[in-house]
Write a protein that binds this ligand. Structure first.
Ligand SMILES: Nc1nc2c(ncn2[C@@H]2O[C@H](COP(=O)(O)OP(=O)(O)OP(=O)(O)O)[C@@H](O)[C@H]2O)c(=O)[nH]1
Ligand SMILES: [Mg+2]
Length: 490
């Protein structure tokens, strides 16, 4: 796998956003024929294409770029500190870090972890272990070390000094994936805001660290976590970061305004909303596609979806509601991201029902459920009714499914791949949509077919009888509609 175009150079970022009012999407030489593909397939094709283009770019500005381009193909060694839990927990955590690294475009050469009470304040792994780590780095020819946690700037610096390669933490890695995957203007602004707040906290920390700026194999700017500013101009950079952060916040606020308007409109029309949430790669987008024919991007990669997609759909009896797919969660989701994505995540908190998708074939589905619920708590979504959707039943161990069913009685087992359980899931969802609040009985003249239509879409019709004077309808409606029916009440 190759890395995408490094996408975070401060100077470029600051300039690139000057003309943000223009369309962000740029064309590519050989785009797939849009006629033949769903939006999701197009996104996927575009994403793969973007990567390929980045790595195959041939024009060189000067000779030093030859070396520089090789650096982008990151060859990484993973390092973890295992403080509590079982050996499996530690291995799962490292396996996830490896997936994250691969999603970012790196090649994982080796992974090691150490059991310790807590990470070493100076060097993350124990000081005595740094030597051994340096040997592994040398033997494998790695150019980057990724630590499984959020490291203090001094820890990163100390490790870099001793290992002589670039060292990044899990937070920087996740930010990097988000940066590669952000597609909409809002998504890009959110990721950039998160990156800038991460960098701002670290400007001082990188101050004395030449390797971030020049020299050796760790030339400035390349690859994961290297998208920060150099050590020079730190003060000006800090000022520019602050200005940029303020600008992004303003822009995000405007974008949120547009979304709020749409949401209010939905509220006014009493259209119930269902959110699909869950751990990254659980199958949320696949489920949305299954449930609504949405045709959104599905990829075996972490954080494939960053931009929320909302689809309008109807129940078997014709009631309209919306279903939205959104960004996936992960253990220790960097708080800068939760903050930056808050307005997107608030939609989950604001919905009438959350479908919490969990990958039943994952080694630790319970751990994923717990991690997702932590984020629910952070975004104020704990009061929203939740249906646990145990996905990937086609490849999950039946014993694990039974265990999950027992722990999570309010759940349904499905396979978005084969369609198993989907009808049942829809039935439960429809049953849990909020019911219109007002009961009514009315005699509608034949000229008011419009009211009957609206009752089908927004209300609930219990019985309907055609008489000589009109149609007698009994059912439930929302206050607005019930008000309009008042004139014909029986
Ligand atoms: N075997 C099997 N694979 C599935 C099923 N549902 C989804 N997948 C696969 O799981 C991977 C992730 O699916 P997505 O729908 O992209 O997952 P997501 O939760 O939207 O992931 P992110 O957007 O990255 O957070 C893809 O390779 C899907 O084909 C299922 O029921 N069975
Ligand atoms: Mg998705």
């Amino acid at each position: 796998m190759t890395n995408a175009e490094p996408n975070f150079y401060l100077d470029e970022e600051l300039e690139a956003t000057e003309d943000w009012d223009d369309d962000f999407q740029t064309g590519y030489a050989d785009e797939p024929d849009p006629e033949d593909l769903t939006t999701g397939e197009m996104d996927l094709a575009e994403r793969h294409q973007l990567r390929r283009v980045a790595s195959l770019r041939t024009e060189l500005e000067d000779i030093t770029e030859v070396e520089y381009r090789q650096l982008r193909l990151e060859r990484v060694v993973l390092v973890g500190v295992w403080t509590d839990g079982t050996v499996e927990d530690a291995e799962n955590s490292m396996a996830e870090l490896a997936l994250l690294a691969e999603t970012a475009g790196s090649e994982v050469l080796d992974a090691i972890y150490q059991r310790r009470q807590s990470p070493d304040p100076a060097t993350y792994v124990g000081r005595g272990k740094v030597e051994g780590l340096a040997e592994i780095v040398k033997a494998t020819g790695a150019d980057t070390v990724i630590c499984d946690g959020e490291l203090a700037p001094s820890q990163l610096r100390n490790l870099e000094d001793r290992l002589k390669v670039k060292v990044v933490d899990r937070t920087a890695l996740i930010l990097d994936i988000f940066a590669q995957h952000a597609k909409s203007k809002e998504g890009q602004a959110q990721v950039e805001l998160a990156q800038l707040s991460y960098m701002k906290q670290r400007l001082r920390g990188w101050g004395g660290n030449l390797s971030r700026q020049v020299g050796g194999r760790v030339a400035g700017g390349a690859g994961i976590g290297g998208r920060g500013p150099g050590e020079t101009k730190i003060e000006t950079d800090r000022r520019r970061i602050n200005t940029k952060i303020a600008k992004l916040r303003r822009e995000l606020k405007e974008m949120k305004g547009t979304r709020d308007t749409k949401r209010q409109e939905r509220r006014r029309n009493h259209i119930p909303s269902v959110s699909i949430a869950g751990y990254t790669n659980a199958g949320k987008s696949s489920l949305l596609n299954r449930l609504t024919d949405a045709g959104v991007l599905v990829e075996d990669a972490l954080f494939a979806t960053l931009d929320p997609t909302t689809r309008r759909t109807t129940t078997a009896d014709g009631r309209v509601y919306t279903m939205s797919d959104t960004v996936g969660f992960v253990r220790h989701l960097p708080h800068q991201l939760v903050e930056a994505f808050r307005s997107t995540l608030e939609e989950v908190a604001d919905s009438d029902l959350v479908l919490h998708v969990v990958d039943g074939s994952h080694p630790d589905p319970e751990g994923q459920i717990a991690a997702v619920r932590e984020v629910f708590a952070e975004i104020g979504a704990t009061d929203v009714p939740e249906l646990v959707v145990i996905n990937k039943a086609d490849q999950a161990d039946p014993m694990v499914i039974a265990r999950l069913r027992q722990r999570e009685p309010h759940s349904v087992v499905v396979s978005a791949k084969t369609g198993e359980g989907i009808a049942e899931a829809l039935r439960i969802v429809e049953g849990e949509l909020p019911r219109p609040g007002v009961e009514f009985k009315a005699l509608l003249p034949y000229g008011r077919g419009d009211l009957i239509n609206r009752l089908h879409q927004q209300g609930e019709i219990t019985s309907m009888e055609h008489t000589g004077d009109g149609t007698i309808v009994v059912g439930r409606a929302n206050p607005d509609l019930a008000g309009e029916l008042e004139a014909y009440a029986l």
